[in-house]
Design a protein around this ligand. Structure first.
Ligand SMILES: NC(=O)c1ccc[n+]([C@@H]2O[C@H](COP(=O)([O-])OP(=O)(O)OC[C@H]3O[C@@H](n4cnc5c(N)ncnc54)[C@H](OP(=O)(O)O)[C@@H]3O)[C@@H](O)[C@H]2O)c1
Length: 186
């Protein structure tokens, strides 16, 4: 059965990216490669990924994906991607299966689940989008790689409005300097 999973790295104080939308702090932490390798096991069962436009633009710019679309294939294979945005001018990575959508996830959930088939849906981020999926009862799990870094500000892991009483810790272990924690969202 399809599971919708918000899987991300976060700072210890709950930020996905610093206030310049940079992840340099994350890549500097010991054990990052191992943490990513663990994530790849989960990602191998993913057939659809979902993200907001800041995350999509970061990937395009950071990895120079318009000039090097083969990197998208390397990272994401043939997975279908839904990018939430109100913009009409976002570039499409050549060859990638990308659909731009706008408005509440409730308006698109049937299409996302149909596209997923028997696979899982990976909500890549950001936090507000993940919280919107939770709000409509379509977030099953949160998987976190928690880095021992505090940022003080940035893009929040889960902004206000998320009901944290719904979280149940189901597993936790250490990889390098990361806490790997998984929660069911009840
Ligand atoms: N640590 C990690 O592993 C990790 C994982 C994911 C992301 N990140 C980083 O964290 C940051 C996340 O950025 P963010 O907090 O701004 O979140 P985001 O979800 O990536 O982008 C937010 C933007 O997406 C668009 N959007 C979101 N929901 C929408 C909806 N329902 N309908 C229409 N448009 C919608 C809006 O912009 P427009 O309408 O202007 O398009 C909104 O401002 C990025 O820097 C990203 O690179 C880090």
């Amino acid at each position: 059965m399809t599971r919708i999973v918000y899987y991300t790295s976060t700072s210890l104080d709950g930020y996905l990216a610093d206030s310049n939308d940079s992840l340099d702090w994350l890549f500097a932490v010991e054990g990052g490669r191992e943490a990513i390798a663990e994530g790849e096991q989960f990602v191998s069962g993913v057939t659809v990924q979902v993200e907001g436009s800041t995350t999509y633009r970061w990937l395009i710019e950071h990895e120079d994906l318009i000039a090097h679309p083969e990197k998208w294939q390397k990272f994401y294979g043939d997975r279908k991607t839904f990018v939430f945005t109100t913009r009409t001018d976002l570039p499409v990575v050549p060859g990638a299966d990308i659909t731009f959508v706008s408005g509440p996830p409730a308006d698109h959930i049937d299409r996302i689940l149909t596209a997923a088939g028997d696979g899982d849906v990976w909500v890549i981020g950001g936090g507000a989008l993940a919280a919107e999926f939770a709000k409509i009862g379509h977030l099953d799990e949160i998987r976190l790689s928690i880095a021992p870094v505090t940022l003080g500000s940035g893009a929040p892991l889960l902004p206000g409005g998320f009901d944290s009483t719904r979280l149940r810790l189901t597993s936790v272990h250490q990889t390098g300097q990361f806490i790997m924690a998984t929660f069911d969202v009840t």
